[in-house]
Design a protein around this ligand. Structure first.
Ligand code: FUB
Length: 307
């Protein structure tokens, strides 16, 4: 767990991390990974756990970005997005995802709203995947009062976004109930009603990806969380439950995954509490393992290599 080597490069304080074992980042706590393949690099977006030792709470104020051309050497770019960049928001830099459209990069984030009760989803935009990002609309895209099925304040979290082959973009999100809605071409407005997704044992952390004609919706289930998944031939469902993809992490109540293909290999990117001594549910670490598919399109269970 200490094999990651870290060096600072240049005035901009870009850090180079050589990660030959999990967790891949060991100089800070990182959580809720989202990954995006753009040109010949992977961009890894994470939350940043800063809960002091001895306290038990989610304390996260900013999001981070790393890039790599080989999944081993990672460059940490200067902090590209902070809760303070959203004037309408209060705090809590929870899970997020970035996607490119028409040369702009859209970063969907879960964040506590300043005046509307509960968590909400905001969107920031940049001209390149490293940022700097700025609030794209000056208000929340999704707020707690737009979805009234679940009586908790954190049901509008964990955005995941996909642009289908026909160009239609979809935003999925939720806690206890998974929701989805179409996005307009501009990526900053909903294009139609918010709809519910029927899934077996959904807790949170949806991630939607498409591969060889199948749509995959992976998500955290139960609590402590394991990652499970469902498949469909249609992004609108119905979704067929396919079972466990990744078991509960030993010392983190949550898990949160991103799934990508990059340079001929598939990767499962997730978090656990694997940094020794003080890692855990509120001081998490991003890890990466290979993902393998069966010939019928189902995914093989991923065994965490760090625990
Ligand atoms: O990091 C805060 C929350 O914990 C995320 O939004 C969830 O997915 C879980 O990882």
């Amino acid at each position: 767990l200490t094999l990651s080597m870290i060096q600072l490069v240049g005035k901009a304080q870009e850090k180079i991390i050589t990660a030959t074992a999990n967790p891949i980042i060991t100089d800070k706590y990182t959580a809720d990974p989202a990954a995006y393949v753009y040109k010949d690099s992977v961009y890894l977006y994470t939350g940043h756990d800063v809960c002091p030792k001895g306290k038990d709470r989610y304390e996260m104020h900013e999001w981070l970005v790393y890039s790599s051309a080989d999944m081993v050497t990672w460059k940490e770019h200067p902090s590209p997005l902070n809760v303070k960049d959203f004037a309408w928001a209060k705090d809590d830099a929870w899970a997020s995802q970035v996607i490119e459209r028409d040369g702009k990069f859209y970063w969907y984030v879960a964040i506590s709203h300043g005046t509307i009760h509960g968590k909400s989803i905001g969107v920031a935009v940049a001209d390149n995947p490293r940022g700097p990002f700025k609030d794209a609309i000056g208000k929340a895209l999704i707020t707690n009062d737009m979805t009234t099925d679940v009586k908790i304040s954190w049901d509008d979290i964990d955005p995941t976004v996909i642009i289908d082959d026909d160009g239609q973009a979809y935003l999925f999100w939720g806690n206890q109930q998974c929701y989805y809605a179409k996005l307009k071409r501009n990526m900053i407005e909903l294009d139609g009603p918010i709809q519910k997704v029927t899934l077996t044992g959904f807790t949170e952390a949806p991630w939607v990806h498409k591969r060889k004609g199948w749509y995959y919706l992976s998500y955290a289930s139960g609590f402590p969380e394991k990652i499970v998944y469902a498949m469909s031939k249609n992004v609108n469902g119905p979704w067929e439950y396919k079972g466990i993809l990744n078991e509960v992490a030993g010392n983190s109540n949550t898990n949160h995954q991103a799934i990508i293909d990059f340079k001929g290999k598939s990767y499962f990117i997730y978090h656990n509490g694997a940094i020794n001594t003080d890692g855990g549910s509120y001081r998490r670490s991003v890890c990466i393992d290979y993902l393998n598919y069966n010939s019928d399109g189902t995914m093989k269970r991923v065994i965490m290599t760090s625990e």
